[in-house]
Design a binder for this molecule. Structure first.
Ligand code: NAD
Ligand code: DAU
Length: 343
């Protein structure tokens, strides 16, 4: 039987891909997209679902308890993605990160407890950044689910707060909670402040790309739809109270990534602008995803490079209007015409 899934942060990068994934692959389910539409939320990413009876948009902050009281009784489960998500912004000003990612998560958990109690699953979408960093010179080391949490940036601390709170609501109140910890995502609809869409946009527009430090930092890249599939697998079959690592088995240094993007955009290495390093820049993230493979039979199938990266670059080349709107704030017109005007 179908269920009503509340997706928070559904107007963002992963949330919009997740909603499309659910709408296309789970025809019995309904989606409520609850999003506060910060600079990172763009409803144009979900334009094709605006009038679909299985989809509903609720414009709300995750800490608006009155709105949550209206929505939660109609919900069977929650996929909680809404967050401030950009590490550089958290370094500049941590306060909003703590408010949204910790207090906001607590308010959402409380609303779910109040209306659903132990009846229905709450999935907290966390990050591999909760584990801190790995050294560059020992590739045998990977993050497992039992690696101690040692977050380094204000963003990572705020996500760890939410992650630990979600676990505490399972432990203390017996709620049905699962946690996912994923590596770096790539794919369509990513806000162009994150390294891949930022660099692709700059390269297309004939600008330089700001590579932090010596470019040796390593990230493990996963296609966003592989992440979406893993989240749904955890929703359906994850064990309550457990965390699941999700990774692409696709480690690349930032310099290697930059060179691939330069080639895909027909530029040369003079496009690289070396800029001062990010403060406290984590050296390497690398995921051991054997638990989710063993227990939930999930592994990435869409993340292989160069093919998947090439398709992503092509999406940004083909969708200049989306990029321009989200960067300029013009995307708000879509919300005003399609949603705000109707209420
Ligand atoms: P994003 O910044 O693209 O989207 C975040 C969304 O949350 C936006 O639509 C925004 O409007 C909404 N939002 C922010 N604050 C809100 C609030 N107070 N109330 C309601 N809505 C609010 O982020 P993303 O990259 O799609 O990441 C989604 C989630 O996945 C985050 O929790 C992030 O920590 C996690 N995650 C991201 C990655 C990655 O590589 N992007 C990897 C692992 C985990
Ligand atoms: O690992 C999961 C995390 O991945 C998520 O939890 C975060 O929400 C998501 O933003 C991402 O964090 P990163 O900091 O790894 O992503 P970002 O795209 O900001 O940076 C990727 C790498 O590229 C990082 O080593 C810093 C570098 N970089 C980034 C930018 C924006 C640059 O060299 N230049 C840049 O301008």
């Amino acid at each position: 039987m179908g269920q009503t899934i509340l997706v928070t942060g559904g107007a963002g990068f992963i949330g919009s891909n997740l909603i499309r994934f659910i709408m296309q692959n789970r025809p019995d389910d309904r989606v409520i997209n609850l999003d506060g539409l910060t600079y990172a939320g763009n409803l144009e990413s979900l334009a094709e679902f605006t009038d679909n009876p299985r989809y509903e948009f609720v414009h709300s902050d995750i800490s608006d308890s009155e709105k949550l009281d209206e929505v939660m009784p109609r919900v069977d489960c929650v996929l909680h993605l809404a967050a401030e998500s950009h590490v550089d912004r958290s370094i500049h000003d941590p306060s909003l990160f703590l408010r949204t990612n910790i207090i906001g998560t607590q308010m959402l958990l409380d609303a779910f407890k109040k209306h659903k109690g132990k009846d229905g699953r709450f999935v907290y979408v966390s990050t591999d950044e909760v584990y801190g960093e790995l050294p560059l010179d020992d590739k045998s080391q990977l993050f497992t689910e039992s690696t101690p949490l040692k977050p380094n940036s204000p963003y990572a601390v705020s996500k760890t707060g939410g992650d630990m709170l979600a676990r505490a609501y399972w432990h203390t109140y017996g709620m049905d909670v699962c946690i996912t910890r994923c590596s770096n995502n790539f794919g369509p609809y990513q806000f162009p402040e994150k390294v891949i869409p930022l660099f692709v946009n700059n390269l297309i527009e004939g600008k330089t790309v700001p590579l932090y430090g010596d470019g040796s930092n390593i990230r493990d890249w996963l296609h966003v739809l592989d992440h979406c599939e893993a989240i749904c697998r955890v929703l359906d079959d994850g064990k309550s109270g457990e965390a699941y690592n999700i990774g692409g088995n696709n480690e690349r240094s930032n310099l290697e990534l930059t060179r691939m993007l330069i080639e895909l955009c027909d530029r040369d290495e003079s496009a690289i602008e070396r800029v001062p390093d990010r403060l406290g820049h984590d050296k390497r993230y690398a995921i051991d995803a054997t638990k989710i493979k063993r227990e939930l039979d999930w592994e990435p199938t869409r993340s292989a490079w160069p093919e998947a990266l090439e398709l992503t670059v092509q999406w940004y080349k083909d969708n200049r209007a989306w990029c321009d709107h989200v960067r300029s704030g013009e995307y708000r017109r879509f919300y005003e015409q399609n949603y705000a005007a109707r209420t």
